[in-house]
Design a protein around this ligand. Sequence first.
Ligand code: ZN
Length: 343
Amino acid sequence: MKAVVIHAAKDLRIEEREIEALEAGQVEVAIEAGGICGSDLHYYNHGGFGTVRVREPMILGHEVAGTIKALGEGVSGLAIGDRVAVSPSRPCNHCEYCLKGQQNQCLNMRFYGSAMPMPHIQGAFRQRLVAEAWQCHKVGEKVSIHEAAMAEPFAVTLHGVNRAGALTDKRVLVTGCGPIGALAIIAARAHGAREIVATDVMDAVLLKALSIGADRVINVASNAEQLSAYSANKGYFDVQFEASGNERAVRSGLEVLRPRSTVVQLGLGGDVSIPQNIVVAKEIEMKGTFRFHEEFGLAVDLISKGRVDLKPLLTGIYPLEDAVAAFEAAGDRNKAMKVQLVF
Ligand code: ZN
């Protein structure tokens, strides 16, 4: 089978790999669609992120869906021919965090396509993936394989919503409208948010944000004053989903959040400075959110039942052979939202 392998920054190759042996409790999935994530782009553009660097060839990818081709011994509830979204979250289920139900914090996590541990955890951009049956979630008949492959980034934002707490009747600010910010808008809407205002610095992505459920969008590069107007009377928003990783988005968010509101940090921009006086005086709760675990099933369910429509986020589909072109396209925020490979 062929796989998409990163060797170093800007060194992405299509290589032959052996299909893994199928063991009891596992299924073999013909991967049909795989979305390129921000972390895949970091590996491609910079060879890693933060202190994490690619130190050996690694198959990229963790947003995948496909069709089951073979069943291992003892697998029930799945059949050959089933179309499934595959959760890349593979916790050990034995460590202290797993036992507390915090599988996303697992000490021995084997998340697909991660260069954090050595040896690296090989990813899922490959023609055949042998996965545990419990990772595979059957999708509805009307759901395209491309929507199914968006269950993973959607689960990221559903976990963000869980971190925020109940959103019913809440006023929500989403800063940064890339794929995760856009999915956060959809997730917040599905969870009863009263009003959603979204910001970015690019009109193209803001138009998309408007079309998928934001009530109002603000280009903070050209119209920053429209956002600052919400700072009157100590602020307006109950919850901010910060999906840009940008320091200015963090600061301006704190100014327009109401007392005792919550910031959920989804974006990763490295070190930023925080105005402590605002956090203290307005008693703001700042929360991180990292990956997901049980939310993957909810993501597949909401997609399968047509409760959310993620199709508008898909902006490009490339064959495996054109992986380099796909990665280049995915890095261009002007043109691309979610880019997928087909295998
Ligand atoms: Zn664990």
